[in-house]
Design a protein around this ligand. Structure first.
Ligand code: FAD
Length: 274
């Protein structure tokens, strides 16, 4: 459904590149323009421009007394519960609650996201907000992997790589891109509840010529136009019946021949208990 059919999205784009005149900077502008042309509302978190503090430390928890041993998850839990998280973190959480769609955009650096974006996740995803949500017992292991604070919202990655598409194919030396992005897509986005859309990946971008840029920009525009209708990656829900609780292992009868692959956590539609 496009905005023309009445579906106006509120999109948060979290952008991690130090140079606004970079390819990523140009693609960010392409994405924003395409989204706004559809009638969607876009907010941007520009991590480098905002000089985002990326490391969790005591300064994040002003209520923590100096003689208290600093345990990050406990401090995070208390600060979230007492509304004493720092203002920069609270502002990002409010944006996440405002947005029905989250886009994380970054160049692939060392097979992952730039440290500044990881630090955004570390600090914004507080205990009680993104994890530690819902009952935790031997019978119920929290609202996560398909449930949680951000359930009902959509998220996707926009990624550029130096490596070729073949290098990230199933037999490519880098490993398949879906496996490399699994910790982000599954561990960071699906965990607090997002429906995760397949990533937009622009490969082999170093030295991209004008024709290559135009083709990449058009592919990105198309993904922005179909944000509301793209089918999410069919990850299995933790509490959907496919996993044994509390071991959280996939039920043996649902295992596939490729039992060590991340693809195990995809619901092919045939073998789900849900
Ligand atoms: P830029 O360098 O800004 O641009 C790339 C090219 O795009 C330019 O040379 C130009 O030809 C073109 N271009 C830029 N802007 C425009 C425009 N407006 N219009 C038309 N053309 C334009 N790659 C991997 O595959 N795997 C890794 O693990 C990996 N690790 C890395 C780690 C580090 C620390 C670094 C610095 C790089 C790494 N890379 C890796 C490469 C990296 O992913 C790419 O360099 C990056 O994705 C390129 O994006 P950029 O925005 O920085 O591009």
């Amino acid at each position: 459904m496009s905005a023309k059919h009445g579906c106006f999205l509120q999109v948060l784009l979290v952008y991690a590149h130090p140079e606004p005149r970079s390819l990523n900077g140009a693609l960010r502008d392409v994405a924003i323009k395409a989204l706004e042309a559809e009638g969607h509302e876009v907010r941007v978190t520009d991590l480098y421009a905002d000089e985002w503090k990326s490391e969790i430390d005591r300064a994040d928890f002003p209520a923590l007394t100096s003689d208290t041993r600093f345990k990050p998850s406990r401090a995070s839990k208390e600060a979230f519960a007492t509304d004493t998280l720092t203002e920069d973190v609270k502002a990002e959480q409010e944006k996440l609650l405002w947005a029905d769609t989250l886009i994380l955009q970054f160049p692939l650096w060392w097979y992952s996201m730039p440290a500044i974006l990881k630090g955004w996740v570390d600090r914004v995803y507080a205990y009680g907000f993104a994890y530690g949500v819902g009952e935790h017992s031997d019978k119920y292991w929290g609202k996560r992997f398909g449930e949680g604070t951000l359930a009902g919202k959509r998220a996707m990655l926009v990624v550029t790589t130096g490596g070729w598409e073949e290098h990230y194919s199933s037999r490519g030396v880098n490993g398949p891109i879906d496996d490399l992005l699994f910790p982000i897509n599954h561990g960071i986005l699906f965990y607090p509840g997002y429906d995760v859309l397949p990533p937009f990946v622009a490969y082999r971008v170093d030295g991209l010529d004008d024709a290559g840029f135009d083709e990449t920009a058009e592919r990105l525009r198309q993904r922005m136009r179909t944000l509301a209708t793209t089918t999410p990656i069919p990850y299995r829900r933790q509490n959907g019946g496919d996993y044994v609780i509390p071991s959280l292992q996939l039920r043996p009868e649902l295992s596939t021949p490729d039992t060590r692959s991340f693809a195990l956590h995809l619901n092919g539609g045939r073998d789900s208990a849900a």
